[in-house]
Design a protein around this ligand. Structure first.
Ligand code: UT7
Length: 403
């Protein structure tokens, strides 16, 4: 097991730095929608959904929840595990297809919610592959020496963009968020290799038409089947594409890391369909148990599915220090991506008191964020009031002049 020294096919960065996962966290809404609940919405049944997809239930965001509120919760938990402060973070990347706004980005909303005042922040659009893309971007920034630490988040409220009359898609998706903290270290390990791929010619197989990208009135893209702000999918074609690229990209990423499939302890795939995972296991000639799966409880949460599955794999003790693991994502674009990581936090175990101090400092940072937000709301109200009284004064002045 492990890396054969000096044989790594990954280009050397010259900095001698590696990007290690030192924190992880997830957040899912409390509201559960079961397959039986869906029977009341579309012509479907529990048996069909279970046997064709492996899904039993999914979570749905409540009225006061959003992509960034779920992402923020996940990021705060990840910082806690990392025992780091929001001000230690240089970069925040949110992989999402369901941001609240085109701008400000979900990443900026989360940056503000964390009080990560030294961080750059942006959203990344690569559909269900987005988390792996984001981890690779952050990892490369760390390995180049440009940044020291990053938070990468996959966060989605997929249920808000579903066409609830389309039984081919609305039964599949759920809401949630997962996050990791990546940190620079000279110790070998962390992200070992990545393969990012795309094929825009398959863009019509899976999409979410949105304002701004096209001339909506003159476009064939938005038509009877493709509705603005609602996702559409050709399930059968995406299924075939997914089974092909999982195998291919894992082999490529392993080769880049100079490892073989036997060196892997666990594969954390995008959670789309149990049958896709089973087909990939057959093609890779490995046991299906090598794949982490929690699809049964959350459905497909798009960019959030890999970090959520990762968190649960760690909780279940399925990932141990020095394990080589793989991420593999696939989805709209078309996009796909595979990554090999060596698990383990290279830092010496923190003393308890330091963890407690950092906990206090994080809480204080979140408190400041709340105070700042209340002050801003207050000052907006005041300026509105003054604005109004200025307008009234101007009207009075006008009236005076008329007299
Ligand atoms: O995250 C992005 C990546 N997305 C994916 O990876 C999704 C990949 N695709 C899939 O997971 C599967 O293609 C689906 C789960 C979406 C569909 O499964 P399928 O085995 O490919 O079913 P199908 O679309 O070929 O439909 C089979 C039958 C059809 O009926 P007929 O024409 O055979 O009479 C459908 O109308 O099942 C019917 N059907 C349903 N029946 C009950 C389709 N959806 C449902 C449903 N409940 N929800």
């Amino acid at each position: 097991m492990g890396i054969r020294k000096d044989e790594s096919a990954e280009p050397r960065t010259g900095t001698g730095l590696y990007a290690h996962v030192v924190g992880w966290g997830m957040a899912v809404p409390d509201i559960v929608i079961t397959n039986q609940d869906l029977e009341a919405i579309v012509e479907t049944n529990d048996e069909w959904i279970r046997t064709r997809t492996g899904i039993r239930e999914r979570r749905i965001a409540g009225e006061r929840e959003s992509t960034s509120s779920l992402g923020l919760k996940a990021a705060r938990r990840a910082l806690e595990v990392a025992n780091m402060l929001p001000t230690d973070i240089d970069l925040i990347i949110v992989a999402t297809s369901t941001p609240e706004n085109v701008f400000p980005s979900a990443a900026c909303l989360i940056q503000n919610g964390l009080g990560a005042t030294r961080a750059g922040a942006f959203d990344l659009s690569a559909a269900c592959s987005g988390f792996v893309y984001g981890v690779e971007m952050a990892s490369q920034a760390i390995r180049s020496g440009s940044i020291r630490a990053a938070v990468v988040i996959g966060a989605e409220t997929m249920t808000r963009i579903l066409n609830w009359q389309d039984r081919g898609t609305c039964i599949l998706f759920g809401d949630g968020a997962g996050a990791i903290v990546l940190r620079a270290s000279e110790a070998e390990g962390g992200v070992l290799s990545a393969v990012l791929r795309s094929d825009g010619s398959g863009g019509d197989l899976l999409g979410l038409p949105a304002v701004g990208s096209i001339d909506l009135l003159n476009s064939d893209y938005v038509n009877d089947e493709h509705t603005l702000n609602k996702m559409h999918m050709n399930g059968g074609e995406v299924f075939k594409f997914a089974t092909r690229v999982i195998t291919e990209s894992i082999h490529q990423a392993l080769e880049k890391a100079n490892l073989s499939i036997e060196d892997l302890s666990l594969i954390v795939p995008h959670q789309a369909n149990m049958r896709i995972i089973q087909a990939a296991a057959r093609a890779l000639k490995i046991a299906p148990e090598m794949f982490m799966s929690n699809l049964e409880r959350y459905g497909n949460t798009s960019a959030a599915s890999i970090p959520i599955a990762l968190c649960e794999a760690v909780q279940e003790g399925r990932i141990k220090p020095d394990d080589n693991i793989a991420f593999v994502g696939f989805g709209g674009g078309l996009t796909w991506a595979a990554m090999i990581l060596r698990w383990g936090d290279p830092r010496p175990v923190d003393r308890r008191s330091e963890a407690l101090i950092n906990q206090g400092r994080r809480e204080f940072s979140y408190f400041l964020v709340r105070i700042r937000a209340s002050l801003r709301r207050f000052s907006r109200r005041i300026s509105k009031l003054f604005g109004r009284s200025n307008r009234i004064q101007r009207l009075r002045d006008k009236a005076d002049r008329l007299d």
